[in-house]
Design a protein around this ligand. Structure first.
Ligand SMILES: Nc1nc2c(ncn2[C@@H]2O[C@H](COP(=O)(O)OP(=O)(O)OP(=O)(O)O)[C@@H](O)[C@H]2O)c(=O)[nH]1
Length: 704
């Protein structure tokens, strides 16, 4: 039966559908699931009944945020579609899915061409070396222009497209495509109004006379590009011999798998035209797990030791958890990509990232509308597993006797935060549960408790990211809470060294007292960007007993959570414990912790504390006539212009702008450019806040 799990890995494709928001990713995915024969009710995204949009609010917002994996079958090949979100706020989610897929279909809006966010996602796919085919969607739309879109693949992405089809007709007259491989026309005739019913097959016809010359021109380009890839083909080509379709396909496949070329297809997902040939291309050209080959892993005891894992059932088991989701019936589902080996359900494995035992419970492959239980996890495939307790996104599962850690993912800094105040004690408890569950699904946000205000503070990647987290807390976990305004996640640091600072903590409150004396030094910590604190014990001669030294360290770290200027976390500090004194009776861990904490607070004041703010790398694409306004506006936001470039009819302005100045930017940009400019932004770095601005922030922080 078609839905049996395939063991022949050459017939498996793990792919993602990547797109700019609104390019039609959801519609395309749904059509794919329909055409691949999955028996489910098809819902348009605007009705909110889409298959891959799991969460209620995603449907409301009409954007796809979480990655679910859906399995479908096409011509006896198994295609696992890993959903990749397209919003810029969720680049980490995108990267997480890119990590586990072997190929992708990049969907473009046939009117807009490559848009800034398609570019961001494309660059991320480049980073992970994901081979791609392109699907130019919305060919039925007013203003759709296939050739313009192909041009933008060159001009905006610097990639090499390989045109595989030409559209027949455009906008409302778009009826099908010329297939440049077979040199035939594929036409979806439709009813009297030209509407094609879902799942309808196409007819193979002769190429329309007015497209014949163009088709020949493009086919010649295609054959030439392919011939160049292979000496044997090139020889044949120069000898004037015709290359067979199979030879051309094999050549294209090689180029695609090597990320050298990107075949381009077109259609209209919405109008049910063009999906089947694109699915053929997924099977023909995107790599299978064997093409991808061995993956590099590390020894969990020593990161520098590289271990290879091959996509074979006979290798030791290794898998990467890439998504945690809560299923209405099964509870916690862990989506895994298995890289090597094979283990049946019930097997005990190890979470080698955390060093914890885990038992593989029931295993499923998720189809669009039902879960198909399978007996074992096998290399090269994607599954949902029940029963894993401690595994979170990014963790590796391994064979107990042969542990490896698959490359861990690096996450960008969360730069925006919001304070949450639960209304009642029971809400406080619910909030705790919600945070724990959400953190399992999404490792990119951070939570802290502000001991001074008693508020829970959540930090994330952007306004929308926080918005969605807060929304889910309220909706899925019924947390009633007052939510503050999103705030910039400022930091504090020190600029000057304090070579020696003494602090004595002494208290006599009847009975035994408290006594601890410490001498510390503070200095700015430079270099390693991932390390924000370093503690060194320099005490000699047992002047501070061993057992109290970690307490001093802990005390300093406690104090660093609330900086001296405005209460923001302090980063990039090197602290040394130089000397100290203790008392036989009155000294305790607590006393040394307090001494460490107080010594830091006082010494930091002398160390020239400064405020840091996140700078965002902002990219604006604007028609030339608005460029002056765009730059003037960025300047007024304390932006530093980095570059200005031409890109196919628009100007691309890149700038570094403090995040605090970017609130509400989208609206301002729209009104300044009549809605014609677009922008994207990502976190770049932390930088010192100019003095005048810093004073304002400090006053505000103190006043509130
Ligand atoms: N005219 C036309 N509209 C389309 C086509 N495909 C999708 N759309 C419409 O474009 C809008 C966005 O489509 P989606 O499929 O939700 O796009 P998406 O890329 O998944 O968007 P997000 O989920 O928001 O990231 C919807 O209103 C679709 O009906 C198409 O082929 N032609």
């Amino acid at each position: 039966m078609a839905q049996d799990v395939l063991t022949d890995l050459s017939k498996v494709r793990n792919i993602g559908i990547m797109a700019h928001i609104d390019a039609g990713k959801t519609t395309t995915t749904e059509r794919i699931l329909f055409y691949t024969g999955v028996n489910h009710k098809l819902g348009e995204t605007h009705d909110g009944a889409s298959t891959t949009d799991w969460m209620e609010q995603e449907k409301e917002r009409g954007i796809t945020i979480t990655s679910a994996a859906v399995t479908c079958f096409w011509n006896k090949n198994q295609i696992n579609i890993i959903d990749t979100p397209g919003h810029v706020d969720f680049t980490v989610e995108v990267e997480r899915s890119l990590r586990v897929l072997d190929g992708a279909v990049a969907v473009f809006d046939g009117k807009e061409g490559v848009e800034p966010q398609s570019e961001t996602v494309w660059r991320q796919a480049d980073k992970y070396g994901v081979p791609r085919i392109c699907f130019v969607n919305k060919m039925d739309k007013m203003g759709a222009d296939f050739y313009f879109t192909v041009d933008t693949i060159v001009s905006r992405l610097g990639a090499k497209p390989l045109v595989m089809q030409l559209p027949i007709g455009s906008e409302s007259d778009f009826i099908g495509v010329v297939d440049l491989l077979s040199m035939q026309a594929f036409v979806w005739e439709g009813d009297a109004k030209g509407d094609v019913s879902l799942g309808a097959a196409y007819e193979t016809q002769e190429i329309p006379a007015d497209l014949q010359a163009k088709a020949e021109e493009y086919r010649a380009q295609l054959v030439e590009a392919v011939a160049e890839s292979d000496d044997a083909l090139l020889e044949k080509y120069f000898a004037g011999e015709e290359l067979s379709i199979d030879e051309i396909k094999a050549g294209i496949r090689k180029l695609v798998v090597n990320n050298e070329i990107y075949p381009v297809y077109c259609g209209s997902a919405f109008k049910n035209r063009g999906i089947q040939p694109m699915l053929d291309a997924v099977v023909d050209f995107l790599p299978n797990p064997l093409d991808v080959g061995a993956i590099e892993a590390h020894d969990p005891r020593d990161e520098s030791v590289v271990i290879e894992r091959k996509p074979s059932a006979s290798e030791p088991f290794s898998a990467l958890a890439f998504k945690i989701a809560v299923h209405p019936f099964f509870g916690r589902l862990t989506y895994v990509r298995v890289y090597s080996g094979s283990v049946p359900s019930g097997t005990q494995v190890v979470n080698s990232t955390k060093g914890k035992k885990e038992r593989i419970g029931k295993i499923f492959q998720m189809h669009a509308n039902k879960e198909i239980p399978v007996e074992e996890l096998t290399a090269g495939n994607i599954y949902a597993v029940i029963g894993l307790k401690d595994t979170t996104t990014g963790d590796t599962l391994s064979d107990s006797a042969n542990q490896v850690v698959l490359e861990s993912m690096t996450f960008p800094e969360p730069v925006i935060e919001v304070a949450i105040e639960p209304k009642t004690k029971s809400d406080q408890e619910k909030l705790g549960v919600a945070i724990q569950k959400l953190a399992e699904e999404d490792p990119t946000f951070r939570v802290s408790l502000n001991a001074e205000t008693g508020q829970t503070v959540i930090a994330g990647m952007g306004e929308l990211h926080l918005d969605i987290l807060v929304d889910r807390m309220k909706r899925e976990f019924n947390v009633e809470a007052n939510v503050g305004k999103p705030q910039v996640a400022y930091r504090e640091t020190i600029r000057r060294e304090v070579p020696k600072y003494d602090y004595t903590h002494k208290k006599q409150t009847g009975g035994s007292g408290q006594f601890a004396k410490v001498q510390i030094s503070l200095a700015p910590l430079e270099g390693d960007a991932d390390k924000t604190y370093e503690f060194e014990d320099k005490v000699t001669g047992g002047r501070v007993p061993r057992e109290y030294i970690p307490s001093v360290d802990a005390g300093i770290q406690d104090a660093m959570q609330y900086g001296i200027l405005a209460g923001f976390p302090v980063v990039n500090v090197r602290a040394q414990l130089l000397d100290g004194q203790y008392h036989d009776v009155d000294s305790s861990e607590m006393a040394f912790k307090i001494a460490g904490s107080m010594a830091f607070k006082e010494a930091a004041r002398l160390a020239q504390p400064v405020l840091l703010e996140p700078l965002m790398a902002v990219e604006v694409r604007t028609p030339e006539e608005y460029m002056g306004d765009v730059i003037g506006d960025l300047n007024s936001r304390r932006g530093q212009i980095q570059s200005m470039e031409d890109a196919s009819g628009v100007k691309v302005v890149r700038a570094l702008v403090p995040l605090s100045e970017m609130f509400g930017y989208i609206g301002d940009l729209r009104s300044k450019t009549s809605g014609r400019a677009v922008f994207s932004m990502t976190f770049d770095s932390y930088a010192e806040v100019p003095k005048a601005v810093a004073e304002e922030i400090i006053q505000k922080a103190k006043g509130e």
